[in-house]
Every structure is written in structure tokens, then in C-alpha cells.
Write a protein that binds this ligand. Structure first.
Ligand code: UD1
Ligand code: M6R
Length: 371
């Protein structure tokens, strides 16, 4: 079942061009001279009006599924015009946070069986919100108990570390944003550009997978480290959180994803010549701010590894000043799908080199069905 691969995680990372294609199959409409390009999500089409009219959209999930929603949030805010908030399921339950009838609550879960997410769904249902599921598992508790939703169709994911489900979740939430924004003519050009980007995304992911050997070399360099920081912002704040989650859960190395905008409010004190820091600085509207973060880290002799858009290495620092990972550039809101790929590969190679169990990290289960 693993084919030519040694581990499921490795297989699932490398099958992302195909899993993304299945996620989007039948859901992107090409358009022609008489019809605009659009998306069709069968499970949401009868609920779009209610979602557009809701007072807020609140994403609820745990772990990687939460991170996927965080990656999609800026684009959903842009296209829906509705405030979008985020809740970790356990925290929402701990606080018994407010959920209203006028809310759309979106439950994101690969397995569809995560206890905290399921209990949060029960809570939101009782509070009268419209409950939408985004899950990979047809017939799962979340698929059955939500009012409507979208199956991500990424195919069965076996490795405990979620990889292909993450990228497919982001693709689905981008399509959801496109569907919600479909009634607004002023965003049509933007929507069409993102739809084109989605069509081409599997090819771009295939290109990013060619970084495999480079990431293996980087893993060799980092394998004995105690700790690894990842700085991101904007669309790629989620990439920093998710990259760090992958490294800690499978490579058993301390890793922390940090919002770059928070750097001066504490994390900067950690910077020295030894602690490795990955800075995500691909091209988008936050790029110039990330350039200045890089300068400040350089000024403190930080040990930087910078992820930048292909051909932009000279824009992130004088040549030779740091290691760079160049990734293919796509539409800004889809860039998290590309940027996570080298970090998944890095986590994978670190795990193998450090001699840990890739597919079943200690103490973890694929589906967390207890609180
Ligand atoms: C559906 C079919 C698909 C078929 C396609 C053809 C299923 C599971 N899917 O896909 O095989 O090729 O029509 O038009 O039979 N739902 C929830 N909560 C969730 C996820 C989904 O309530 O968390 C509901 C949806 O609202 C929808 C149904 O489940 O009513 C199926 O969802 P989805 O598979 O995403 O719909 P389609 O893409 O239309
Ligand atoms: O099945 P779910 O998406 O609800 O699972 C949520 C988390 O338990 C899960 O994403 C976990 O963080 C993964 N092991 C991360 O790789």
C-alpha cells in the first residue's frame, strides 16, 4: 500500500498533486465567453445565502485542521465581507464562548471524529448556529451531524501527521470563499485569478516537491538541534504554526511557530548565533515587512533559513548571508499550500535521521476521540 515509499507520511506528502486534484475535481467551472469561471460546492450551494447573511463565520478545529482554517481566513474575510473568527475547539468549550443563532460555525476535521470538535459541534447546534462541516471522512460523526458541508476528498490519510489533508482543507476553504463571494461583481477578477491558480496548483505543488533532496540536506544540518523557530505572517502565519507542529509531533524536536509581527514583543530575546530560525518570506503584501524582520534578525546575527519566492533570493539578503529555500510563486491566498510542502519534507527527513517512528509518533493517535 505504501508503494515505493518507506512511510505513509512520505507517500502522503508526495501524493499531494493528486490529492489536490481529487479535492477540486468537478468543483471548478472553467467558464467560457458566456459564463464566468466559478466554483460549485454541491454541499453548500443551498446554504450560501444564509452564510452570506450571517453575522460572523467562526472556524472551529484542533491541531492541523485549525491551522488550515487559519491559512484560509484572510481570503474568506476578503471575499465574504463577514467577520471571520477562529476557535480551538477545546478552548471554546473551556470558556463556553458565545455562539449565536446568527453565526455560521465551520467545523474542520480530517477524521470527522475528534472529541473536542464534536462536542463543540453539539454546543454550537444547541446555540442555534448554522453548522458546516469540512471533513475527509464520509459518514463520520461531523459529516452526519452538521447541517451541510464539504468533503475534502483527499483520500485516506494513514500517517498520524496530517499532510495531504491540510493542503486539501485549504483548497476547500478557498473554494468556499469563492462560492460565498460569487454574488459580488467587484471581486470577479480576483476570483477568476484564484480559480486559475487552483487549476494550476497541483503542478506547482509537484514543483515544490522537487525540494526533497534540499530538505534532506537541511535536515542533516539541523538534526542535532534542540529547537527550531518558524516566523510567518499574513497568509503564512498558519504555515509557521503548521511547520512547527509537524516538526514537534514527528521529529520530536521543540519547534515554535511565531507570528513575525510579535517578534519584538518577546521572541527576539531568543535570537543568537546558534538557534536556527526559518523565516517565511514569499512574495505578498507583507513582503516588505518580512524583509525588515530579516534585517533585524541579521543585525542580531540570527541563524536564518529564509523561504522566498523563486528568483527572489537577492531580495531577502546579500548572497551567502543565509540559507534560502526558493518555492514556486502562486496567488497569495494559495501560497500556504506551496509553502508547507518543504516544511513537511523537512519534518519527515528530521524524523528519519533522528531515528523516530514516522507514522506513529510516540504518545499520539490518529484520531483523538477522548477529551
Ligand atoms: C456529491 C457526492 C459525490 C458525487 C457528487 C456529484 C457524496 C458523499 N458525495 O459530492 O460522490 O460525485 O455529489 O454531484 O455522496 N456534508 C455535511 N457535512 C460535512 C460534509 C458534507 O453535511 O461535513 C453534506 C453536504 O452538505 C452534502 C453531502 O454531505 O449534502 C455531500 O457532500 P460533498 O461530498 O461535499 O458533496 P458533492 O461535492 O456535491
Ligand atoms: O481529525 P482532525 O482533523 O479533527 O484532527 C485534529 C488533530 O488531532 C490533528 O490535526 C493533529 O493535530 C495531527 N496529528 C497533526 O498532524
Amino acid at each position: 500500500k505504501k508503494g515505493n515509499y518507506e512511510h505513509y507520511m512520505q507517500k502522503e506528502i508526495h501524493e499531494q498533486p493528486e490529492s489536490l486534484r481529487t479535492t477540486m475535481r468537478g468543483r471548478l467551472i472553467c467558464g467560457d465567453s458566456s459564463k464566468a469561471k466559478s466554483v460549485l460546492l454541491g454541499g453548500l450551494k443551498d446554504h450560501l445565502r444564509t452564510i452570506r447573511r450571517s453575522r460572523r463565520i467562526v472556524f472551529i478545529g484542533c491541531g492541523t485542521s485549525y491551522n488550515a482554517a487559519l491559512a484560509a481566513r484572510p481570503f474568506l474575510e476578503e471575499l465574504s465581507g463577514v467577520p471571520v473568527t477562529m476557535e480551538l475547539a477545546s478552548d471554546l468549550l473551556d470558556r463556553q464562548g458565545p455562539i449565536y443563532r446568527e453565526d455560521t460555525a465551520v467545523f474542520v476535521s480530517q477524521s470527522g471524529e475528534t472529541a473536542d470538535t464534536l462536542l463543540a459541534l453539539q454546543y454550537a447546534t444547541e446555540n442555534g448556529a448554522l453548522c458546516v462541516g469540512i471533513t475527509n471522512t464520509v459518514g463520520s460523526a461531523i459529516a452526519r451531524n452538521t447541517h451541510c458541508g464539504v468533503h475534502i476528498n483527499a483520500g485516506c490519510e494513514i500517517g498520524v501527521a496530517s499532510t495531504k489533508a491540510y493542503t486539501s482543507q485549504i483548497a476547500v476553504m478557498a473554494m468556499m470563499a469563492l462560492a460565498i463571494g460569487d454574488d459580488t461583481t467587484s471581486s470577479q477578477a480576483r476570483r477568476e485569478a484564484v480559480i486559475d491558480g487552483l487549476f494550476d496548483l497541483p503542478n506547482k505543488v509537484r514543483e515544490a516537491l522537487k525540494l526533497d533532496n534540499e530538505m534532506k540536506d537541511l535536515a542533516k544540518l539541523l538534526m542535532d538541534e534542540q529547537s527550531l523557530l518558524m516566523f510567518g505572517r499574513g497568509y503564512n502565519y498558519a504555515t509557521a504554526l503548521e511547520g512547527a507542529l509537524k516538526v514537534k509531533e514527528v521529529a520530536l524536536m521543540h519547534s515554535e511557530g511565531i507570528l513575525a509581527g510579535e517578534m519584538k514583543h518577546g521572541p527576539l530575546a531568543l535570537v543568537d548565533e546558534t538557534l536556527p530560525i526559518i523565516v517565511i518570506a514569499t512574495h505578498d503584501t507583507c513582503f516588505s515587512k518580512q524583509q525588515s524582520v530579516i534585517q533585524q534578525l541579521h543585525a542580531r546575527k540570527g541563524r536564518l533559513i529564509v523561504m522566498c519566492s523563486k528568483g527572489a533570493a537577492q531580495l531577502v539578503g546579500p548572497s551567502g548571508s543565509c540559507r534560502v529555500i526558493e518555492v514556486p510563486q502562486v496567488e497569495d491566498c494559495l501560497q500556504p499550500v506551496i509553502n508547507i510542502v518543504p516544511l513537511q519534507l523537512l519534518a519527515y527527513h528530521l524524523t528519519v535521521l533522528r531515528g523516530y517512528n514516522v507514522d506513529q509518533p510516540r504518545n499520539l493517535a490518529k484520531s483523538v476521540t477522548t477529551q
